[in-house]
Ligand binder design. Structure first.
Ligand code: TYM
Length: 328
């Protein structure tokens, strides 16, 4: 009997990369048997920046296929797109009345935008984005949120809003906890190990997309930035190498120490050649499964998942409305 709820989501924007996989999706597939898991495609988050409607729809279906190909099992969990369950936006409005400007102005992602002088033109949706994420999480009485490190601040806000609501209206929401993995929580850019690997990076050499060809993967790993020196060591003062060893380790199930051992006395050339093969060896079967899933299949899974999620969401919103004193 699964007793604890797990919830997580990915935005259908840009190309999903191995950072998204190692930070989030790998945790999902490992935990879905143990938890009552709900996985969402956060399409309403994606529209906080301009999206082409045709591309957004295609991307949403692509992400569903990526979840399925990665091993998210609809028999074991619930999978749907955020916009299919209207209660996410309804709860967001209610949480908006509890969230403070000060809470949101602290958010690193928004601060990054405003620091670039974009505050005047940044959308209100972008500012309010963490409140929608809090609604996603709180709507389902979520206990555990498996994510990459960059989302922990947003989960902290969800915790704050849950407590604030509970204090004011009585126990209504579970206070969720973020969960990150060792090594995978923050995969760094291949072109710049001081910044996280990102879907929106401008250089194609920043990230390995889950849909990259073997040729592209070899090229990107060959070009990946390395540290000074020639030893293969897993150390904080060698951030580029540490990142590459993390990727190697997580995809091959070898420990960083055994990888150091394997490459003792050998150089970057050997290490990078093997790393490329490890990544390709992982992605090739994934890509085969991905190619075998039709759009119709993916849409049917989302529709069935949305029907399950709506039952939970409508029940929760009935309670929330009652607590607040809404007559609707
Ligand atoms: P998104 O789409 O930016 O990223 C999806 C997941 O991938 C993780 N991630 C990484 N992990 C390790 N290294 C990296 N370089 C890296 N880059 C991204 C993210 O931490 C995330 O877990 N707001 C969320 C989506 C969302 C959500 C939610 C998540 C919407 N509602 C509710 C959890 C719960 C986002 O934009 O993730």
């Amino acid at each position: 009997m699964k007793t604890q709820r797990l919830f997580s989501a990915v935005q259908p924007s840009g190309n999903l990369h191995i950072g998204n996989y190692l930070g989030a999706i790998a945790q999902w597939t490992a935990l879905q048997a143990e938890y009552d898991a709900i996985f969402c495609i956060a399409d309403l988050h994606a529209i906080t920046v301009p999206q082409d409607p045709v591309a957004l729809r295609a991307k949403t279906i692509e992400i569903a296929k990526i979840y399925l190909a990665a091993g998210v099992d609809p028999e074991q969990c619930t999978l749907f797109a955020q916009s299919q369950v209207k209660e996410h936006t309804e709860l967001m409005w209610i949480l908006n009345t509890l969230a403070r400007l000060g809470d949101l102005e602290k958010m690193t992602q928004f601060k990054d935008k405003s620091a670039k002088g974009e505050k005047e033109t940044a959308g209100v949706g972008l500012f309010d984005y963490p409140v929608l994420m809090a609604a996603d999480i709180l709507l389902y009485d979520t206990a555990i949120v498996p994510v990459g490190e960059d989302q922990l601040q947003h989960i902290e806000l969800a915790r704050t809003l849950a407590r604030r609501f509970n204090d004011r209206f009585g126990e209504s929401f579970v206070v969720p906890e973020g969960r990150v993995t060792r090594g995978g929580a923050r995969i760094m850019g291949l072109d710049d190990p001081t910044k996280k690997m990102s879907k929106s990076a401008t250089s194609e050499y920043n990230a390995i997309a889950l849909t990259d060809t073997a040729e592209a993967i070899r090229k990107k790993i060959k070009k990946a930035v390395t540290d000074s020196g020639s030893e293969i060591v897993y150390r904080d003062d060698k951030p580029a190498l540490k990142n590459l060893i993390n990727i190697y380790s997580l995809l091959s199930m070898k420990t960083p120490e055994s990888i150091e051992e394997l490459y003792r006395g050998r150089g970057y050339g050997d290490f990078k050649t093997d790393l490329a093969e490890v990544v390709i060896g992982f992605l090739a079967p994934f890509q085969e499964r991905f190619a075998a899933i039709s759009d119709e299949e993916a849409l049917a899974v989302l529709e069935a998942g949305a029907a399950e999620a709506r039952i939970l969401a409508t029940g929760k919103m009935r309670l929330v409305r009652e607590r607040i004193g809404l007559i609707g």
